[in-house]
Design a protein around this ligand. Structure first.
Ligand SMILES: C[S@@+](CC[C@H](N)C(=O)[O-])C[C@H]1O[C@@H](n2cnc3c(N)ncnc32)[C@H](O)[C@@H]1O
Length: 281
């Protein structure tokens, strides 16, 4: 998690320093605003998706399905990035989708018509019209703890995609990801705190939280909680193959934090890493 934050912060630093100081407190802050500022940089992510797509395709990806879309920030960036691009966002949480519609989608004006947000379980997603890219980011699919369920999800994605389509997943690991720890990151007006609360080596079940701590001393504890299984890369690659994906590339940042992702066959281990799997139909 820390590496991902580092690269997002590097890009965001200049814009953040230009903003006037606003005094945020636990009572006044909006947890979705804090999450988006701390964890997401939709522009970097969309550019990286384009880079991965271009690694095996010479055309432009137009249709996106963003699974576990939350506030659908990435859907908004996707349609902003090209006037023929369309996006479908899926999430179980109605309130989060409503927040995303009001704050990320409606402000797009006409482009908002190219986005559909659906309140549903990704496991129940209908095949759809065919997507060029499906993504599941910020480890959200770790919510599926059983192999059989993960395989069902991957098969569902495979069915929903166009031939030659791309499914991108991020994952994190390394020995540091298995220890209890709270890692604060200074976001200027507040600290973003990643809390690895529990990890079981037998099940790989992990319980994590996001907290926000403010300069006035107030705290928003457990703003978000994730009850996940920490899957390993070989496990996921095996399941993706079983679900029908023909080619699975591992994108790894071998400089660890320098945002120099490339397809790797093998690599050295690191204390903590964030990597991506690109699975092709
Ligand atoms: C970690 S957030 C991810 C938000 C965003 N995609 C991102 O990259 O930051 C996880 C989201 O997954 C949603 N979620 C969890 N289980 C789901 C499921 N089975 N189907 C659809 N959405 C689900 C939650 O409601 C939550 O909004």
């Amino acid at each position: 998690m820390s590496q991902k934050n580092k690269r997002k912060q590097q890009k965001k630093r200049s814009s953040r320093t230009r903003k006037p100081a606003i005094s945020l407190t636990a009572a006044t802050a909006d947890k979705h605003v804090l999450y988006q500022r701390s964890v997401q940089d939709a522009e970097i992510t969309q550019e990286f998706m384009d880079e991965i797509f271009a690694s095996r395709r010479s055309d432009r990806a137009l249709s996106l399905r963003e699974d576990f879309c939350g506030t659908a920030l990435l859907c908004a960036q996707w349609v902003k990035s090209h006037n023929e691009r369309t996006a479908v966002g899926l999430d179980l949480d109605r309130d989060t989708l409503n927040w995303g519609m009001a704050n990320n989608i409606s402000p797009l004006g006409d482009a908002a018509a190219r986005i559909q947000l659906k309140c549903q379980d990704v496991l129940d997603a209908a095949p759809g019209n065919g997507f060029d890219i499906v993504v599941a980011f910020n480890f959200s699919y770790f919510v599926f703890k059983q192999r059989q369920v993960m395989c069902q999800y991957f098969k569902n994605v495979h069915t929903a995609m166009n031939d030659g389509g791309l499914f991108i997943l991020d994952l994190h690991g390394g020995p540091d990801a298995q220890f209890r720890m709270e890692e604060p990151t200074d976001m200027g007006e507040f600290d973003y705190v990643w809390d690895q609360d529990q990890f079981c080596p037998i099940t790989h079940n992990t319980l994590c939280h996001i907290h926000f701590h403010f300069r006035d001393g107030s705290k928003m504890r457990n703003a978000f909680t994730y009850d996940w299984r920490m899957w390993t890369m070989p496990e996921l690659r095996d399941i993706l193959s079983e679900a029908g994906f023909s080619q699975i590339d591992a994108w790894f940042d071998e400089d660890n934090g320098n945002d120099e992702y490339a397809i790797c066959k093998t690599t050295e281990n690191m204390e903590a890493w964030v990597a991506y799997l690109a699975a092709w139909k």
